[in-house]
Design a protein around this ligand. Structure first.
Ligand code: SF4
Ligand code: SF4
Length: 123
């Protein structure tokens, strides 16, 4: 890694571009359920690349910038996320470890109660 890289670039480069966080997900109890057939419309599911990356926050209102706080606290990030692993290596990951469940299309909507009916958390 070049020492001339900016701090922002080095932070960005932590991402492994796995595309996991671009899928619908829900926290239900101690489970983190990812619906792998429900990707963001801008995710190329063959390459896992975002097709609008430079304009992602403008094009996609649900897209969120990765921050140090999220790396530390966001329970909706899977353990495989490079930022979670980075935070664990630095002993600053404070979110609970959730069991990852990979679900099929429609699972979250069909099986889980609405937010006001149960303790699920859509993220
Ligand atoms: S817009 Fe955001 S959520 Fe959608 S594919 Fe791009 S990076 Fe992922
Ligand atoms: S889950 Fe983590 S490593 Fe994977 S694309 Fe999202 S931010 Fe990057």
């Amino acid at each position: 890694m070049s020492s001339s890289m900016s701090c922002a670039d080095r932070w960005e480069n932590i991402c492994s571009r796995c595309g996991m966080c671009c899928h619908e997900k829900v926290i239900y109890g101690d489970e983190l359920i990812y619906d792998m057939d429900s990707a963001c419309e801008f995710l190329d599911v063959l390459t896992n690349f975002c097709m609008v990356y430079p304009a992602r926050f403008r094009k996609c209102p649900r897209c969120r910038k990765m921050t140090l706080w999220k790396a530390m606290m966001a329970a909706w990030l899977p353990e495989s996320c490079a930022y979670v692993q980075w935070a664990r290596r630095h002993h600053i990951r404070l979110a609970s470890r959730l069991r990852l469940v990979i679900a099929e299309d429609g699972f979250c909507k069909a099986v889980l109660p609405d937010e006001d009916e149960g303790e699920s958390e859509n993220v």
